[in-house]
Write a protein that binds this ligand. Structure first.
Ligand code: UD1
Length: 438
């Protein structure tokens, strides 16, 4: 498919739909699930393609609405994108940019679009972007991005909810610098790696986030000719180069999707296998699942989960990688709502990420929340209800609740789920869930 510039829907609720999932709970699952490419990696790799004048071939790209919006943004900025199933070809030979104001609705539909700021500044010396939107999971500031880019020679102006950024060096090229982030931010680390790749001189990033998606970005940039060292550690060094070329790259597998399907197996006390998944990215999650009574079998190409019929409560505190991922907090809470005993789940990454609790309680879960700590007393059975997902992972968590609940669960808010899970209901159906998308 070739995306056409005049085919862009600029409605703010770009992907709002009335679709919902209907799930009949209580089925035992069996079989194999193929994990898709990582949403959080694909989005940043797509943004990184702005840095190159050559052609980028991205493989294993998930077919999800966030990727579609990002494709539309890049297309509207003058890049050529062709997509064929999970393969994207992105190329850009342009030397200047169209006005980005006309793209504001698109930018607003996707927080990940903010990733474009680093590559735009590095390649074109300026950027105009609305302040980022995305999931309703807290205020999600961008001070780390802004303050660090300033150190590379960027000035910013904020006006009417948008920001204009410009490189102020005489040759419009960013200048390498030493930066220590105040907090571990995945997005800020990625923005700075991309910006610094084309800067003059060397940039050192201290207190960097260590998520696997950051390693994925560094690997692709290095194939493009960048010199990024230390990704995956707290100290990353980027020696700027003058230009970057095209490359072929396969997006890493989605550890959050893998974690979601492991929890689907645990919550239904079923044994399933995952393929195209990287267990090393899931170490903390696997450990918590083991503590609650799941066993794992590893083969070269697959990971099999074998849960005990009786599972026990486990406490979890979310934290940056290698800690327990905040993106699996809601799904894990759903599991804890159905096991023996009382658990505590503390959310430390985002301040407002417990929207699923209200809906889980409507399904019969016994959960109280105080100061971002949820106390969950496991119940024998959840009850099927009509529930509404408010963000991507909360919606997945409610679908998981439906798998183990008595009776029928309707999960609304599918537009959130479709932002980040490729063929979610189809994959669940293949392993035995009675699920319909309506
Ligand atoms: C990314 C992921 C998201 C995941 C999150 C944490 C993508 C597209 N999204 O989001 O799925 O939940 O990492 O693993 O990759 N912060 C600041 N100032 C900043 C930036 C961040 O204070 O400038 C704070 C945030 O408010 C938050 C924490 O840092 O409390 C972590 O946020 P960050 O790692 O930046 O998350 P994202 O990159 O937005």
């Amino acid at each position: 498919m070739v995306l056409k510039k005049n085919n862009i829907n600029t409605s703010r609720n770009l992907f709002f739909n009335n679709k919902y999932l209907e799930i009949k709970g209580g089925e035992i699952l069996a079989g194999k699930v193929k994990i898709s490419g990582a949403k959080n990696s694909a989005l940043v790799l797509m943004a990184a393609s702005i840095l190159s004048r050559g052609q980028i071939n991205l493989f294993n790209v998930p077919r999800i609405s966030d990727v579609l919006i990002m494709s539309k943004i890049l297309t509207a900025m003058g890049m050529n994108i062709r997509s064929n199933a999970n393969h994207l070809t992105i190329s850009s030979e342009q030397t200047s940019l169209p006005s980005q104001e006309s793209l504001f609705d698109l930018f607003n539909a996707l927080r990940g679009s903010f990733f474009c700021i680093g590559p735009l500044l590095a390649r074109f010396g300026k950027a105009k972007i609305p302040l980022p939107g995305g999931c309703l999971i807290g205020s999600r500031p961008i001070d780390e991005h802004i303050n660090s880019l300033k150190k590379l020679g960027v000035i910013f102006q904020f006006k009417n909810n948008s920001l204009s950024a410009e490189v102020i060096t005489p040759d419009k090229r960013l200048i390498g610098s030493s930066i220590t982030f105040d907090c571990k931010s995945v997005g800020a680390t990625e923005t700075l790696i991309m910006a610094a790749s084309l800067a003059k001189g060397t940039t050192i990033l201290n207190n960097s986030a260590q998520e696997p998606e950051i390693i994925d970005l560094a690997n692709m940039l290095n194939l493009m000719g960048a010199r990024v060292k230390g990704a995956g550690s707290e100290r990353i060094t980027i020696e700027g180069v003058e230009s970057l070329k095209g490359c072929d790259y396969t997006v890493m597998s989605d550890r959050i999707e893998a974690g979601t399907f492991l929890i689907a197996a645990a919550i239904t006390r079923s044994s399933i296998s995952l393929c195209n998944c990287e267990p090393n990215h899931l170490r903390t999650v696997l450990k918590k699942l083991e503590l609650c009574g799941c066993k794992f079998e590893y083969t070269k190409n697959s990971l099999r989960i074998i849960p005990n019929q009786i599972l026990n409560s486990v406490n979890v505190t979310t934290s940056p990688f290698p800690g327990f991922p905040t993106d699996l907090q809601a799904p894990f809470m759903t599991l804890m709502a159905t096991v023996n005993g009382t658990s505590k789940i503390e959310e430390t990454v985002f301040e407002n990420r417990m929207h699923h609790v209200k809906e889980l309680k409507r399904m019969g879960a016994n959960i109280t929340v105080k100061d971002n700590i949820a106390t969950i007393v496991g119940v024998k059975k959840l009850r099927g209800r009509v529930v509404i997902g408010s963000d991507l992972r909360a919606t997945a968590a409610l679908a998981l609740a439906g798998l183990s609940a008595n009776g029928k669960t309707i999960v609304k808010g599918l537009e959130h789920l479709e932002r980040g899970y490729e063929d979610f209901s189809e994959k669940l159906r293949t392993i035995g869930t009675r699920i319909l998308k309506k």
